[in-house]
Design a protein around this ligand. Structure first.
Ligand code: ARG
Length: 462
């Protein structure tokens, strides 16, 4: 079986490639998304070829006009992608030649698809990183807004999902603010590694034409040109950096999702999701399910899988280009669209959720959340911490038996346990007081949280 389409590389072959091979080889079903980058790259390349007198001014003009027209037609839907084409690069070149004839055949002078695809992918990654970065900044703004409304909303802090020490909701949500701030830094680093222009690397060994690589880099907004032609066409580190940064974003969104799911339960009821961001059940009329959060948590696995795909795909291929590398795209594109869609649902969900401050406070007043503060009280009176810890430990045991909180124990009972207890103990174990005293930089006290918000805003320029 053979295909009837003509291929640019057919000259060396006497037979046609099998239809199955054409189908297997073709990447246009997914790399069509690179069309804008491919055309931008070709326009810059053609301009440079003209300026260097490698092709004539007329050819240059025709190529540029033709490419602009193809871009418009693709955007308006007037021109459809040819599913039979080998990839987006071949499709655009063939379409150009169909429209302008011989001039179209001159576009690929001094270029290979190997440096062409590397360029397109770098341009694409730069654009996508910038878009996701903007979404992350929006997310930060939403989290800061929620934090500003809940600087004094006391809630239990947990370790092992057991009540540990009191914090505030502002402090809790701002922990995610820090994670996302690091995610932004990671994206910036990935962007920095992507910002090298590979055209001029040719298939692997550069080219003999007097190309002006710096000019092309400037035209396309790159900070530099790649330094080694072999590396320039073989390097997909920037794809991996991006896939890793995207995996970490999903990991953070997934952890927050898990907490949101927990907080929505009847048992916690710390928050309530807006109706627009919850779903019902087909059978149980009472249900209001946090599907968005669950789906974010569920989709996280995809990005890990994509990262693994890319790492494995790259580990055994010799320099320079190998067809294995065509597999970089679907994994990368999927991670990008997963993060994109997850953020677009998650940001307004967090923005519109109602925080039940009363429920948080009630939960924080149980579970001996102030036991550490009680021990610290004795320590501040000169009793060694380990001894104080033991005293309070046995007090908690008695309280559990008597179903009492630490606030409900009388001063006489306290003094039986240790003579150092005085009336001011009750202030020391008061819930608000326990939070207010945790006022070191980075702590949950309202004063410290306000500083934390300022620092974050400054760091993010918001
Ligand atoms: N579709 C190919 C890819 O995505 C483009 C590069 C093909 N280069 C080649 N020498 N076959 O990797």
């Amino acid at each position: 079986m053979s295909a009837d389409s003509n291929k640019v590389w057919e000259g060396r072959f006497s037979g046609k490639s099998a239809h199955e091979v054409d189908v297997f080889n073709s990447s246009i079903s997914f790399d069509y998304v690179l069309f804008e980058e491919d055309i931008a790259g070709s326009i810059a390349h053609a301009k440079m070829l003209g300026q260097q007198n490698i092709i004539s001014d007329e050819d240059t003009e025709q190529i540029i006009e033709g490419l602009h027209a193809i871009l418009n037609d693709l955007k308006s839907g007037q021109l459809a992608f040819d599913e039979q084409a080998e990839d987006i690069h071949m499709f655009i070149e063939a379409e150009l030649t169909k429209r302008i004839g011989d001039a179209g055949k001159r576009l690929h002078t001094g270029r290979s698809r190997n440096d062409q695809v590397a360029l397109d992918l770098r341009l694409y990654v730069k654009k996508q990183i910038t878009e996701i970065r903007t979404q992350l900044i929006q997310f930060e703004q939403v989290m800061i807004q929620q934090a500003e409304q809940h600087i004094e909303t006391v809630m239990p802090g947990y370790t092992h999902l057991q009540i540990a020490q009191p914090i505030t909701f502002a402090h809790h949500i701002l922990a995610y603010g820090q994670m996302i701030a690091r995610d932004i830094q990671r994206l910036d680093e990935a962007l920095d590694h992507t910002d090298s222009m590979p055209l001029g690397n040719g298939a692997l060994a550069g080219t003999t034409y007097p190309l002006d690589r710096q000019f092309v880099a400037e035209q396309l907004g790159f900070k530099e040109v790649t330094a080694n032609s072999l590396d320039g066409v073989s390097d997909r580190d920037f794809v991996l950096d991006t896939a890793y940064a995207l995996s970490l974003i999903m990991m953070h969104l997934s952890r927050l999702s898990e907490e949101i799911i927990l907080w929505c339960t009847q048992e916690f009821r710390f928050i309530e999701l807006d109706d627009a961001f919850a779903t019902g059940s087909s059978i149980m009329p009472q249900k209001k399910n946090p599907d968005v959060a669950e789906l974010v948590r569920g989709k996280t696995g995809r990005t890990y899988g994509n990262l693994q795909t890319l790492l494995t795909m790259m580990k055994g291929i010799p320099l320079a280009y190998n067809k294995d590398m065509q597999e970089d795209k679907e994994a990368l594109f999927d991670s990008i669209s997963t993060v994109n869609i997850a953020l677009s649902a998650m940001i307004p969900m967090v923005e519109t959720m109602t925080v039940h401050s009363d429920r948080m406070r009630t939960a924080a007043s149980k579970g001996f959340i102030n036991a550490t503060d009680c021990a610290d009280y004795l320590t501040k009176k000169g009793i060694p911490f380990r001894e104080a810890y033991e005293v309070i430990g046995s007090l908690v045991q008695t309280c559990i038996k008597n179903e009492q909180t630490l606030e409900e124990v009388s001063l006489e009972q306290y003094q039986v346990l240790h003579p150092a207890f005085e009336e001011d103990l009750y202030e020391a174990i008061d819930l608000d007081e326990c939070v207010n005293k945790r006022n070191l930089e980075g702590g949950p006290a309202p004063e410290a949280v306000k500083e934390q918000i300022n620092r974050l805003k400054k760091q993010l320029h918001i």
